[in-house]
Design a binder for this molecule. Structure first.
Ligand SMILES: [Zn+2]
Length: 212
């Protein structure tokens, strides 16, 4: 995938974040992806399916458990989404400029019903994908934390595949908790870990990025 540029493409060690707080750090980076992704059919579901699944998971378990489960399931599903992406734009988009890559990437997600995305680099090692209509979000949920864990897992898989190493994704704003947009920051695990620490300390996103 030479030519497809993703900020933070160089893995910098392993991430050892706290395991019992949001967000979860996917062990799929280490354990790999199981299950078959050879089936190239596509299943059309209403976006509310994910909201219903999330409510059901929370009811049967815990909110944190649901986040972990959705992130891991999203990461695993990312393998099949990557195949969809490759079929759509060709397996070897070498020579694609960064602008071309993000144009095709966002067009794919719009065409397949996930939602509209915009991409912006916000730091030498970090970029952000924003959406004001992301399908996984549920503005009626009244959540207090970002809720698009499945998407975060999918994006981590896709961007990691393109970058050739682990890419961490942190949703820093979400329509499910009343924000105008869902905002997914991504980069190396180290950079995202540092950003998450600053946000936990109460720094607004812009301030945290300036301190990075
Ligand atoms: Zn969201």
């Amino acid at each position: 995938m030479a030519g497809w540029k993703v900020p933070g493409a160089t893995p910098k060690g392993s991430l050892s974040g706290p395991s019992e707080v949001w967000p979860p750090w996917s062990e799929a980076y280490i354990g790999g992806v199981s299950g078959s992704d050879a089936d190239d059919r596509e299943l059309l579901l209403p976006p509310s399916a994910l909201a219903h699944l999330r409510r059901a998971f929370r009811k049967e378990g815990s909110a944190l458990g649901a986040v972990h489960a959705f992130h891991d399931a999203g990461f695993a599903t990312g393998a099949a989404v990557f195949e969809q992406l490759s079929r759509r734009f060709g397996p070897e988009p070498s020579g694609s400029s960064e602008t071309t890559f993000w144009r095709e990437f966002t067009a794919f997600f719009r065409a397949t019903g996930w939602g509209d995305l915009t991409h912006k680099r916000v730091h030498p090692g970090l970029a952000i994908l924003r959406s004001n209509n992301w399908s996984e979000s549920d503005p009626s949920s009244g959540d207090t934390q970002p809720g698009c864990a499945f998407t975060s897992g999918v994006l981590a898989h896709l961007l990691g595949r393109v970058a050739g190493g682990p890419i961490a994704v942190l949703e820093v704003g979400c329509r499910s908790k009343g924000d105008r947009e869902c905002s997914f920051v991504f980069g190396s695990e180290g950079a995202i870990h540092d950003l998450y620490g600053l946000l936990l300390d109460g720094a607004p996103l812009e301030t945290a990025l300036q301190r990075m």
